[in-house]
Ligand binder design. Structure first.
Ligand code: ME8
Length: 628
């Protein structure tokens, strides 16, 4: 059966950043893994272009909404093309077939008795395009998901009978316990459903940028809620509501990759919509964690987003792919650090893998003119067995969405190869005329690289092919050397340039300086930033975070005490900064960072290696003094 894998379709309110690249690369990895195993796999990505957030962003840029959506959608598409993402569908919610499919779905749900008209009263977060009840809000006004201020809303609306699907959803999860990974995320979803599902408002009025209701409803005051519209983009390009496209059977084996922020939409609303439409339900929903920057969520307004294109151009596309997949266990949050990327690239890609290939090619050329042969591997039996056990374990890690563990284990076989070169010292064996033993060792190393390069294909498709080319192997060897665990006896090697040149420090520093230059502002804009001196009264670590501290800061009588979250835990022990006079922006919109309210931002310096240091005032300045 063909497998079908989807990225979320990304909002066009902003240009792509490293988080979008992460999800898309994971899906690309998933598809390539399936292809490697001989399965057919179809990958869908795209852009989510309707809703109030997009309309507002276009207005800010003084562009027509469609023109603005086109511009950003092309940026996403171009980026995936430049990154060689193997997508088969790029859906845009402004595509005509999508409009037809969404209207059709609304009509089907309506006719199945799942839609009724009522009134919505509550709050709406434009940033998350989500409805919230008063009870769900933080401090009466703020979005529990992103921390931004919500808008009170009271409007006529059509509702989807989500409550009707409460038990059906629970039964589905009971019968299929492994749909959501990681498993603890599934438990959160089940708890949420058990807490009771309210019917879902699925239309909006008051603005026009969306899909109108199907003509039979005869109501032009409303447009379809952006999440119903967006989720349906997983099936409209396959022909839902539009027989000409005729690929709906792909949806029989669907896997959705999402960030944890949007799991609820995929694990509750989406299956309920599919149940209402009598369609198959997804087979897997994989929810990954957040990439943060110094512990804080990336956002353009804070100016801390990481541009994936710049990272790929500076350090190499495959180095970036490797880092994103290897650095953080799937499902957990991770802080994006250039320093860590460089360290992993230099030690794991250059020193272990790249160097192994260079050693093989170097010795293969010097001792055997690039043709190596052997059919008796007796003296390497232990090493061969060890490699076989590791390779056999790998499938488990990929099938259970633990790609970082997959890589960690895979690297063990490269280590075995490097260690065996050191242990058996072929240069000494040559002096002792043990030419056959040297050939055997090199054929063994070449086999490890052949197996390893095939298994690396999902993560490093280009380097994997380069290695295969230099060894003279290809995908047709998969059954023999991976499934049947056999060894190849003869290699005709081809020399290739070093695969992962070391990343040198100066290159890093220049690039950091380049990207840190922000857009010019005028004095009026600068004047809007209220920076004050405050005394740190208390600092505490935030549980589950490696780098966040929550600080209680006294800004003097007129301002009072504020709570500020800061990503400095790797650089300061909480007890060492009590009493420090720090500088902080106090008029930044409050937001929640890892669930903790932050009412400002502490100023720090960041050097080229990513080290942070608190900006503080050493004289006896009055608390609350202005900086500017
Ligand atoms: O939510 N770390 O679109 P979106 C990791 N249009 N992943 C991140 C990330 C980060 N810091 N930031 C974003 C939407 N992502 C809806 C989806 S689907 C029918 C509609 C990734 O542009 C992650 O996959 O806000 C997250 O779920 C997605 O981008 C959100 O993208």
């Amino acid at each position: 059966m063909t497998k079908y894998v989807t990225t979320p379709i990304y909002y066009v309110n902003d240009v792509p950043h490293i988080g979008h690249a992460y999800t898309t690369i994971l899906c690309d990895m998933f598809k390539r893994y399936q292809v490697l195993k001989g399965n057919e796999c179809v990958l869908l990505t795209g852009t989510d272009e309707h809703g109030q957030k997009i309309e507002n962003s276009a207005k800010l840029k003084q562009k027509s909404t469609q023109e603005y959506a086109d511009e950003i959608s092309f940026k996403f598409q171009n980026l995936w093309n430049n990154f060689g993402i193997a997508y088969d569908y790029f859906v845009r919610t402004t595509d005509k077939y999508h409009d037809i499919g969404v209207k059709y779905a609304f009509e089907e749900m309506y006719r199945n008795g799942d839609i009724y008209k009522g009134h919505y009263e509550g709050n709406y977060c434009i940033s998350c395009e989500t409805f919230f009840t008063k009870r769900q809000l933080v401090d009466e006004f703020f979005c529990p998901d992103c921390g931004k201020e919500t808008t009170p809303l009271k409007e006529e609306s059509y509702f989807f009978r989500l409550s009707k699907y409460e038990n059906k959803l629970l039964e589905w999860y009971k019968e299929n316990p492994n749909i959501i990974l990681p498993l603890h995320k599934k438990n959160e979803i089940i708890k949420f459903i058990e807490g009771g599902l309210s019917d879902l408002s699925i239309t909006r009025s008051g603005f026009k940028w969306g899909i109108s209701l199907p003509p039979f409803v005869n109501d032009d005051k409303h447009i379809i809620y952006v999440w119903l519209d967006a989720l349906l983009s997983y099936i409209t390009p396959l022909g839902f509501g539009n027989d000409n496209l005729n690929k709906m059977y792909f949806f029989n084996d669907a896997t959705h990759f999402v960030g944890k922020d949007i799991l609820r939409f995929h694990a509750i609303y989406w299956p309920a919509f599919l149940m209402s439409l009598n369609l198959p339900l997804p087979k897997k929903i994989y929810a990954h964690g957040w990439w943060t920057r110094d512990g804080a969520k990336m956002s353009k307004s804070v100016g801390n987003v990481i541009n994936p294109e710049e990272i790929a151009n500076t350090y190499g596309l495959e180095n970036m792919r490797y880092f994103l997949i290897r650095e953080v266990p799937f499902g957990q949050d991770g802080d994006f650090s250039r320093k860590a990327l460089i360290e992993r690239s230099n030690s794991e890609l250059s020193d272990t893998l790249g160097n192994l290939l260079s050693r093989l090619l170097g010795m293969g050329e010097k001792y055997f003119n690039l043709t190596i042969e052997s059919n008796n591997f007796d003296y390497l039996k232990n090493e061969i067995d060890e490699v076989a056990i590791i390779i056999e374990s790998l499938e488990y890690y990929m099938e259970n969405m633990m790609p970082n563990r997959y890589l960690e284990e895979l690297w063990k076989i490269f280590n075995i190869a490097n260690l065996s070169i050191t242990k058996y010292a072929p240069w000494d064996m040559m002096k002792e005329q043990k030419v056959d033993d040297v050939a055997t060792l090199l054929v063994f190393v070449a086999n490890i690289l052949a197996k390893g390069s095939l298994l690396l294909y999902p993560i490093l498709p280009n380097s994997s092919k380069e290695i295969m080319k230099s060894l003279g192997v290809d995908f047709s060897h998969y059954n023999k050397i991976i499934l049947d665990n056999e060894l190849i006896n003869t290699f005709k090697l081809t020399k290739i340039p070093p695969l992962f040149p070391k990343i040198e420090k100066p290159a890093i520093e220049t690039n950091i300086n380049k990207i840190n230059l922000k857009d010019e502002i005028n004095i009026k804009q600068f004047d809007k930033i209220d920076i004050r001196v405050g005394k740190i009264l208390e600092a505490k670590r935030i549980e589950k975070s490696n780098n966040l501290l929550v600080l209680n800061i006294d800004f003097g009588e007129s301002i009072g005490t504020r709570q500020i979250v800061s990503g400095i835990a790797n650089f300061y022990k909480p007890e060492n900064i009590n009493g420090v006079l720090a500088c902080a922006i106090i008029n930044l919109k409050p937001s929640k960072i890892m669930g903790v309210l932050s009412q400002g931002m502490i100023l720090t310096t960041e050097d080229s290696k990513g080290n942070l240091s608190l900006l503080s005032v050493y004289s006896n300045t009055e608390l609350g003094s202005k900086i500017g």
